[in-house]
Design a protein. Structure first.
Length: 159
């Protein structure tokens, strides 16, 4: 029994030492993690401060650009009627030039077509005369051949 009590006491003392070492290890790890988290929180706070400052500068620049754009739009809107009238004048002058060019081209095409039709008529007339003379020559040749053929047949019949 004494041995059992002694074993229990030794086991209790051994377990107490292990629990003590485990407790110290856990405390050290908690402190390390706490330090890391604290450092990370500090970094995040610093980063948030920088981002807030950059965003503030960005908003200020955005507002300045917005004011500048509105001023430019006002200037453009002021000049818009002048630009519009100049554009209409340019369009009218371009339209006039285009119409005169179209008229010139139309007249040139008509003149060229008239000349081409006259040349074509002359060529057709010459071709018609040539065809007529060739047909007449062909008729005469056929008639001569007929006469020769008839005379040959008549001679053959007589013999």
């Amino acid at each position: 029994m004494q041995k059992l009590v002694k074993d229990v006491k030794e086991t209790a003392q051994d377990s107490a030492e292990r629990a003590h070492f485990l407790s110290r290890y856990i405390d050290e790890e908690v402190i390390k993690i706490g330090q890391k988290v604290t450092k990370q929180l500090q970094n995040i706070k610093t980063l948030c401060g920088k981002l807030t400052e950059q965003f503030k500068k960005h908003l200020i620049n955005h507002e300045n650009m917005k004011k500048d754009v509105y001023k430019r739009f006002e200037i453009i809107e002021g000049h818009l009627p002048v630009y519009r009238s100049e554009l209409y004048k340019l369009m009218e002058s371009n339209e006039g030039r285009a119409l005169s060019k179209i008229k010139e081209i139309k007249e040139a095409v008509e003149a060229t077509m008239l000349t081409n039709f006259q040349v074509l008529d002359e060529r057709v007339d010459k071709f018609s005369e040539l065809v007529d003379s060739n047909l007449e020559t062909l008729r005469k040749a056929i008639a001569d051949n007929r006469d020769v053929y008839v005379s040959v047949i008549n001679k053959t019949n007589l013999e």
